[in-house]
Write a protein that binds this ligand. Structure first.
Ligand SMILES: Nc1ncnc2c1ncn2[C@@H]1O[C@H](COP(=O)(O)OP(=O)(O)OP(=O)(O)O)[C@@H](O)[C@H]1O
Ligand SMILES: Nc1nc2c(c(=O)[nH]1)N=C(CO)CN2
Length: 525
């Protein structure tokens, strides 16, 4: 396996992989009578493209794909209903694995090392990738009712993991890896494995099967362009000097006219550190403005959205029940019913910081489902945290139809595009894009906290934000009027200047670094 085998989510981030190699069983597949009669060894390698973070954060098998179950299923297909072609075996394994929730793509290689080939040979392998855009052309394997039972070991069974019924096949397999980088390829095992008395596998689905499909086919790939939306309560004020945005996609409207902001009543709930609150702020929260409910579905479409029949290809038609719905993990994966305001904070203190921030604003504006409404002046700020060079900081006001988590992914994608590396917490970086607020969402989860947990105490966020939205309110505990928070933030004295025309003014080629940036310098009030 190498980087060419990687797959990426809609924000361009590499999916993690669980690799299971050398699952081995005796099968009776082949076009010759002796193959059907005598059987031979088949070996499968399977790579599941998944997101392992949630399972890792909770250290909970329930949030991942149990490779033990996958191994049993793969072995059941290898030793199951005989077919002529290795291709069919591979397709069936792919369908079975892709039907597991949380699997975004699957690579399957089926080896037939004892194939009836009349010249010396090492191996013959059929290798395929299937995902939600190239669905398997086969039915997933489903254990029949009455034939299923899991080889349960109560001592070993994690208490939070509900047992899944499976056939009592016992595959031999060489290794399983959960990887974030490419390990050396594992050797395949060839130990024979005879089919059990419960084989062959029934070809018709059983109504009570736990593997019964729950939905739907592929997701349309072309995002709908964002439609213009009327003004929200966070339109930029006329002062300071208006900032020309960098070249933006043509579908982006100009800044909407200003409208009054409503006060926020920060919810003072009982939620201490570590608690989870997900959902809109209660009474008195910032209104999101009146926006049309139609024509706004830009950006990635969640896979649980049913797909109209017309969208399916003929090839897909017979197998539309193969892929399970994508799990909506929590409310942070739900796109808003209407566009909501979002505030993004940008920072850079490595490399050509001003140019990086400019490009980052253009990247954000080009993100489907994100419409840039205003861009703050540029602040040069003393670093908060470890000793390091000054930062250049700016804030982007946007409207978005993305879910909070998709917006975070989009922010990370922009960071990655600009060579962001994660070493030291609060350390120097080519680009940081933080999600400060997403609508009225208040949330504390493993991977995303809203509003950003440290925004209320960061002048390098609050000052630029207040410049383009003096009435802005930071929702949540510790929140309040942004301008007021900016004036009292501990690092306020470190915000030393702002460039008003930083998006359009030429960056001096010799002086692109924050330490030398002086173009359009202005002083904070
Ligand atoms: N509102 C948020 N915006 C951005 N990242 C967040 C947010 N809430 C939680 N995170 C998580 O924080 C992780 C670390 O983010 P990042 O590397 O940008 O941190 P940092 O910039 O060093 O520190 P800070 O979060 O204090 O700005 C991210 O991977 C992300 O999952
Ligand atoms: N001045 C300044 N200091 C920081 C910044 C930043 O953007 N500006 N970002 C940090 C981590 O996000 C840590 N410290």
């Amino acid at each position: 396996m190498n980087v060419q085998d990687d797959t990426y989510d809609e924000a361009g981030r590499r999916w993690d992989q669980i690799r299971l190699t050398g699952v081995s069983a005796t099968g009776y597949h082949g076009v010759f009578a002796h193959e059907r009669r005598e059987g031979q060894t088949f070996v499968a390698d399977v790579v599941l493209h998944v997101d392992t973070r949630r399972a890792a954060a909770n250290d909970d098998l329930a949030h991942t794909v149990d490779y033990g179950e996958v191994a049993l299923l793969v072995a059941a297909v290898l030793s199951g209903e005989p077919v002529d072609l290795v291709e069919t075996v591979a397709e069936r394994i792919a369908a079975t694995v892709l039907a597991r929730p949380g699997v975004h793509a699957v690579d399957v290689a089926v080896h037939k090392p004892q194939a009836p080939i009349t010249v010396p040979f090492g191996d013959v392998v059929v290798s395929i990738r299937r995902d939600r855009s190239k669905l398997p052309a086969a039915e997933p394997y489903r254990p029949a009712t009455g034939q299923v039972r899991r080889p349960a070991d109560p001592e070993q069974q994690h208490p939070r993991t509900a047992p899944l019924p499976l056939t009592d096949v016992a595959p031999a397999f060489a290794s399983v890896d959960v990887v974030h980088a490419d390990p050396p390829s594992a050797a395949t095992a060839t130990s024979p494995f005879a089919p059990t008395s419960s084989d062959p596998v029934p070809s018709t689905p059983t109504p009570s099967s736990p593997f019964a499909p729950t939905s739907v086919g592929p997701v349309p790939s072309a995002p709908t362009p964002a439609a213009p939306v009327p003004a929200g309560p966070f339109a930029p004020p006329p002062a300071p000097a208006p900032l020309a945005a960098p070249p933006l996609p043509s579908h982006l409207p100009g800044p909407p006219p200003a409208a009054p902001a409503a006060p926020v009543t920060s919810p003072a709930g009982p939620d201490g550190p570590g608690s989870v609150v997900v959902g809109p702020a209660p009474t008195g929260a910032v209104p999101t403005g009146v926006v049309p409910a139609v024509g706004i579905a830009a950006g990635p479409v969640p896979a649980h959205v049913p797909v109209p029949d017309a969208a399916r290809t003929e090839l897909m038609a017979p197998v539309t029940d193969v892929v399970d719905a994508e799990i909506v993990l929590d409310a942070l994966d739900e796109p808003p019913a209407q566009p909501v305001r979002a505030v993004l904070a940008l920072g850079s203190n490595i490399g050509p910081a001003q140019e990086t921030l400019r490009q980052a604003v253009a990247d954000i504006a080009a993100t489907p489902g994100v419409e840039v409404v205003a861009v703050s002046p540029l602040a040069r700020t003393a670093a908060v945290g470890p000793e390091q060079p000054d930062f250049l900081n700016a804030v982007v006001l946007a409207r978005t139809t993305l879910s909070p988590r998709d917006l975070l992914r989009a922010a990370h994608a922009v960071e990655d595009r600009h060579g962001r590396e994660r070493h030291e917490r609060w350390g120097p970086r080519t680009l940081d894009v933080d999600v400060i607020v997403h609508g009225d969402t208040l949330a504390v989860t493993d991977d995303l906290e809203l509003p950003h947990p440290r925004a209320h105490e960061r002048a390098f966020v609050l000052q630029p934000w207040a410049q383009i939205d003096p009435e802005a309110q930071l929702p949540g505990l510790g929140g309040g009027p942004v301008a007021q928070l900016a004036a009292t933030a501990p690092d306020r004295d470190g915000v030393r200047w702002m460039a008003l025309d930083w998006l359009t003014a030429p960056v001096p080629a010799a002086n692109p670094e924050p330490d030398n940036a002086s173009q359009g310098e202005a002083h904070l009030p």
